[in-house]
Design a protein around this ligand. Structure first.
Ligand SMILES: [Zn+2]
Length: 418
């Protein structure tokens, strides 16, 4: 298909429409003063209905699967389908762009092809559970589409003790239908997602769009130091076994080692628990959770090993007991090289630089990659701010992103994927 040449006016119009739709979904909230839209709630229902209406208006055939994922379908002559999706659930006190813009971009792009002839079909997917804000699991919706939904997750409960199974029933769905939500492998050509960057790289590089190379892998290390409680006034400094001082040293070591990788790996301790936790008692027990992420499996593994060895040295020197466990490990999900290249071609055709970057945040593509090749396009967002009501992307960039997605679809050749 000959790629469309977009005028500035067309891009501005796509951007204005996208912004209006983002703002519209941004009003669908459980609370009047902040955006909260959790999986399988009345707000989810309202958002799903609004999205379904937009899909119908764009000429798509709408259905809903067992997890409440709204699917807008545009048929092609063959069996192959390009899946375009994102999520309509939010974190608590969310911004309006994270998730909804990807769904809206998919709808506006699909609309462009309504009267044209593609060699493959398009499904626009609006997932309801990416953030994991209601139940202690993430990516349920995309996992069902990818055929990797874990049935045991049906027993997970939200803060009010409502299980996922109960919530599905209340939403009018049946867990028995989950298996049928899975795409057949020979049907799903690829999964692509447009998403705000949620980081500061594109803004710093003065580029509106970025082609994602991988969704980065992650290791959690649960590090527990065991010292000895004692009176803060009577125990001399040299006779102490202070678990918190040991943990502090370990945290600084993690920061130093990650900085030395020059951007390849990031390491964070966002949560510590101190016991007994009194101002006048030497800390006896500290649990610190290290979150270590990288787009490179080997760089992450290397940093995890160095951090662990360093922490062992600290515990030895300070005569502290130590246990390190790794409760969660997520492998890096690479984006398909051909999908990346076609996105890059589309971005270049719009006169922008196809900057390549990794995604530091998790996305539905991690589940969809178990089904088919995946790819992502990032859009610059102001200040790199996300998961925050201040989240913002300007309409010009939104328009460019929709145009780039259209350009990608025009260049996409399912038969050339490996
Ligand atoms: Zn998101």
């Amino acid at each position: 298909m000959t790629p469309t040449t977009f005028t500035q006016d067309q891009i501005a119009s796509l951007g204005a429409r996208a912004e209006t739709m983002v703002n519209s979904l941004g009003t669908v909230s459980a609370e009047p003063d902040r955006l909260v839209r959790l999986f399988l709630t009345p707000e989810h229902r309202r958002a799903a209905d609004r999205v379904a209406g937009w899909m119908r208006a764009a000429g798509l055939t709408v259905s809903e699967d067992a997890l409440g994922t709204v699917r807008g379908r545009l048929d092609g002559p063959g069996k192959k389908r390009l899946l375009i999706g994102s999520h309509i659930d939010t974190v608590i006190n969310a911004g309006m762009y994270d998730g909804p813009f990807g769904v809206i971009a998919g709808i506006l792009a699909a609309e462009h092809f309504h009267a044209k002839r593609l060699t493959f079909g398009i499904d626009v997917l609006a997932f309801g559970d990416e953030e994991g804000s209601r139940f202690p699991a993430t990516l349920s919706s995309s996992s069902a589409c990818a055929g990797i939904f874990r049935t045991e997750n049906l027993q997970l409960a939200d803060r009010n003790g409502v299980t996922l199974a109960d919530a599905l029933h209340a939403y009018g769905k049946s867990p028995d239908d989950i298996a049928a939500a899975a795409y057949a492998r020979d049907e799903a050509a690829a999964y692509v997602e447009v998403h705000i960057e949620q980081g500061p790289v594109l803004e710093a590089r003065k580029q509106p769009l970025g082609v994602v190379t991988a969704i980065i892998g992650q290791t959690y290390l649960n590090v527990e130091f065991l010292g000895e409680a004692g009176h803060a006034g009577t125990v001399p400094m040299l006779l102490r076994r202070d678990a918190l001082a040991g943990a502090a040293e370990a945290m600084l070591l993690g920061e130093t080692l990650a900085r030395e990788t020059k951007g390849e790996v990031v390491a964070t301790v966002g949560r510590i628990a101190v016991a007994p936790g009194a101002t006048n008692v030497i800390p006896a027990n500290v649990v610190a959770i290290f979150d270590i992420r990288s787009g490179s499996e080997s760089a992450r593994a290397k940093l995890v090993d160095t951090v662990k060895a360093g922490i062992r040295g600290i515990a030895d020197r300070r005569h502290l007991g130590l246990t390190i466990t790794s409760p969660r490990e997520v492998a890096t999900t690479p984006c398909d090289a051909q999908v990346q290249d076609r996105f890059a071609d589309a971005v270049l055709a719009l006169g922008a630089e196809p900057l390549r970057l990794g995604s530091g945040a998790g996305h539905d593509g991690q589940a969809m990659a178990k089904l088919c090749p995946i790819g992502m396009l990032f859009v610059r967002c102001r200040g790199g701010i996300s998961h925050n009501p201040m989240e913002y992307a300007n309409p010009q960039d939104l328009g460019l992103a929709v145009a780039a997605l259209i350009g990608f679809i025009e260049r996409f050749e399912p038969e050339k994927l490996g």
